[in-house]
Write a protein that binds this ligand. Structure first.
Ligand code: NDP
Ligand code: HSE
Length: 433
């Protein structure tokens, strides 16, 4: 049997671990596939860069990614470069030519997955991307295959390791955001520019990919409501603790009726209070977990390492094995099926709950005035607690579920009241807290 030949695009954190695992596990991979895997070439930006003791011949490195993809002997293209271009042009070229593609590129899939899926259909080629969401955790294949007989209603996840590390550390030590971010940087979790993580862009890209698969509807990063976690304070975390909750940066994708009663999909990323009894509250450090709810299956939880070279390479290798097997048997993996075409619900229509802390003047009638604002916007209050007295009086209000637009309008009006000295914090509440 001739070997299955791979073009590896990128040899950084993930790519170098793909190379190492391909080498170390070669005999097992050959036995599982029924043919050897062979690297035809490795495209990088700086071929002369020192890459430790990678078990490959230097002559395999090239800067000509497109030339490598177009080689007749290449069967599978593995892309671990990242970013939208030139990755999109490379992968479209490969797929249209009938070459299987394995990619970890969440940014590209979330911005323009449609172009890749169309090219795969055109070339009757495989497109695998398990590593693009939650690193090592087998999640996309269960959504794409195992749950295809069921109806997924909600996907709630912690899909960014850096921010989960920061929030876990704030919860455990009482540290503020800046201190926790600094520690995350020292430990190598946070990148030099942590914007994509802390502002929720990374989680929003992953949310779009999950929602597309779960609801058979094309969802892009632009459809995802996104709020980062830089405003979460040590005070918010302490308040959450007093309520028996913690704070996590969640991605939430759900189907349900919009304001006009049409079945629709809402996708959002924001920090939220969740009860400590919720399975996602136990997810600590840089781990990821995704909680899937489906009509027949009920609740399912997927947990593991969502980032890092070796865990991510594990998911890439799994896809390479599947693509290679299909090449040998002349079959194709199930492609994207966006038949449902559900409309996207705006954040204003999504029903959420708020936890609001107000710094208020302490005098008779304050509570009635505050309660009146909630009533005017048809928001029902679940609990009210006052902490402190006189100059230090704080009202902490937790609402029942209401359209997010009503909750936001309530907060805007509260901000205008003379008796409200400041709005200390506003956080959404999830999971029955
Ligand atoms: P790195 O930055 O470590 O590596 C990127 C690689 O791409 C490098 O080898 C670089 O070459 C190469 N490269 C960059 N631009 C070009 C170009 N124009 N032509 C050819 N090669 C190029 O990235 P990661 O390994 O961390 O990430 C790769 C992908 O995996 C991304 O899509 C990322 O989102 C995804 N991912 C990463 C995870 C992680 O934990 N790191 C987790 C899950 C997904 P050179 O080495 O010469 O600079
Ligand atoms: N920056 C990402 C994280 C890497 O912290 O989870 C994995 O996509």
């Amino acid at each position: 049997m001739r070997p299955v030949k791979l073009a590896l695009l990128g040899c950084g954190t993930v790519g170098s671990e793909v190379v190492r695992l391909l080498h170390e596990q070669a005999p097992d991979l050959t036995a599982r596939i029924g043919a050897e895997l062979e690297l035809a070439g490795i495209a990088v930006r700086r071929p002369g860069r020192k890459r430790g003791s990678l078990p490959v011949d230097e002559s395999l490195f090239t800067t000509d990614a497109l030339g490598l993809i177009k080689r007749d002997d290449v069967d599978v293209v593995v892309e671990v470069v990242g970013g939208v271009e030139p990755a999109r042009s490379w992968l479209v070229e490969a797929l249209r030519a009938g070459k299987s593609v394995v990619t970890a590129n969440k940014a590209l899939l979330a911005e323009d997955g449609a172009t890749l899926h169309e090219a795969a259909a055109e070339g009757a080629a495989d497109l695998y991307y398990e590593a693009s969401v939650a690193g090592a955790i087998p999640l996309l294949r269960p959504l794409r295959e195992s749950l295809h007989g069921d109806r997924v209603t909600r996907v709630t996840g912690i899909v960014n390791g850096t921010t989960n590390y920061i929030l876990s550390s704030m919860d455990a030590s009482g540290a503020g955001f800046d201190e926790a971010l600094e520690k995350a940087g020292e430990l190598g979790y946070a990148e030099a520019d942590p914007t994509a993580d802390v502002e929720g862009f990374d989680a929003a890209a992953k949310a779009a990919i999950l929602a597309s698969l779960a609801f058979h509807t094309r969802v892009t990063a632009a459809d995802v409501f996104r709020e980062g976690m830089t405003a979460v304070t040590a005070g918010d975390m302490a308040s959450a603790r007093r309520m028996g909750c913690t704070i996590k940066l969640l991605c939430i994708a759900e189907r349900g009726p919009d304001a006009r009663g049409r079945e629709s999909v809402g996708v959002r990323v924001h920090p939220a209070m969740i009860p400590r009894t919720h399975p996602l509250a136990a997810v600590q450090d840089a781990f990821n977990a995704v909680f899937v709810e489906a009509e027949a299956a009920g609740q399912l939880m997927f947990y593991g390492q969502g980032a890092g070279g070796t865990p991510t390479a594990s998911a890439v290798l799994g896809d390479i094995v599947a693509a290679a097997r299909n090449k040998l048997t002349g079959t194709r993996a199930p492609g994207e099926n966006a038949y449902a075409h559900l409309p996207i619900r705006s954040i204003g229509e999504v029903v959420t709950r708020y936890h609001i802390s107000l710094d208020v003047a302490e005098r008779p009638g304050v509570l009635a005035a505050v309660a009146g604002v909630f009533a005017r916007h048809e928001v029902s209050i679940a609990t009210v607690r006052q902490s402190g007295r006189a100059q230090d009086a704080q009202l902490i209000i937790v609402t029942h579920g209401a359209p997010d637009a009503n909750l936001a309008a309530t907060v805007a009006e509260l901000d205008q009241l003379d008796i409200v000295r400041s709005i200390v914090s506003v956080l959404r509440v999830e999971g029955g807290a």
